[in-house]
Design a protein around this ligand. Structure first.
Ligand code: FES
Length: 276
């Protein structure tokens, strides 16, 4: 049980931290924006009706998801309100499965379903161990009349907010990074260049006779990094086989990706190619 607690707690905190430090997660103009991710899932998920409501308040839900990941991870590691925390982790994993990886076939290749199984197993273990020892460990609904329990829960909440804010302070600020992608002379016509977009995400630049264009390399299925296949002139995802056409606005050619790759605005300015 300790190993599962450690694994799930650290993984959930890492998930929150990755969002907090991602320059695009809360930026509505970024392909990494939480709302853009939700948008890509709508129409392919059995809970699309719920996702549409989330989309209306995408930034609010983005904060909620990030803080929940921190709080659940910290609570599980610290042993605070364990039953509620493990049930929260299970709910998150199920919602992720229904929205992101529901159509992954065979089912065991889904990233989220095994986490849901781990969370519910941990919940049952916590519940049984509490009952077996006759201990009161917060129960499913934490006892808010117990002052120590309230202080412990408040500690988790405050630590979660501090974690999110600390991550946010490390985000690359718009305009603080050099927007030059490459010297024009270094990218010959017909070639490509991988680069890091201003929001910190991997991207790829194409130079043709007509000019330059670029795409995010984050697969719109589950976020793996796509690679350029120069033989087929396609962008290919190594995870579940999605393929995208860079010559047609990043359109999906094959695989489970729901939407084209997001375009990144680039241009030639003097001797440089820059992200506009
Ligand atoms: S992440 Fe599944 S196809 Fe790319």
């Amino acid at each position: 049980m300790t190993i599962i607690r450690l694994w799930l707690g650290v993984t959930w905190i890492y998930g929150g931290w990755a969002k907090a430090t991602d320059g695009g997660y809360l930026d509505a103009a970024s392909p990494n924006y939480f709302g853009a991710q939700i948008n890509g899932m709508i129409g392919h998920s059995p809970i699309s009706f719920l996702l549409k409501h989330m989309l209306e308040h995408a930034t609010l839900f983005a904060w909620f998801v990030m803080l929940s990941e921190f709080a659940i991870g910290i609570a599980v590691l610290a042993g605070v309100a364990l039953q509620a925390a493990t049930l929260g982790g299970f709910s998150m994993a199920i919602i992720l499965w229904l929205s992101v990886s529901f159509h992954v076939h065979p089912y065991f290749l889904s990233n989220d379903l095994p986490y849901a199984v781990l969370w519910i197993s941990l919940f049952i273990m916590v519940r049984n161990s509490n009952n077996g020892r006759g201990r009161h460990d917060g129960g499913l609904i934490p006892n808010l009349r117990d002052r120590r329990e309230v202080i412990r829960i408040a500690g988790v909440a405050v630590t979660s907010v501090i974690g999110a804010l600390a991550g946010g302070s490390l985000r690359p600020k718009k305009g603080s990074v050099n927007t030059v992608i490459a010297k024009l002379a270094d990218v010959s016509i017909g070639s490509t260049k991988e680069f890091t977009a201003m929001d910190g995400s991997p991207a790829i630049l194409f130079r043709t006779k007509a000019g330059v264009f670029a795409y995010s390399r984050i697969c719109t299925h589950q976020g793996c990094t796509v690679n350029y296949d120069s033989l087929g002139n396609q962008l290919a995802c190594p995870c579940h086989g999605a393929r995208f056409d860079p010559t047609h606005e990043g359109a999906v050619l094959a695989g489970p990706a729901p939407t084209p790759l997001p375009k990144i605005s680039v241009s030639i300015q003097g001797e440089n190619i820059v992200q506009a």
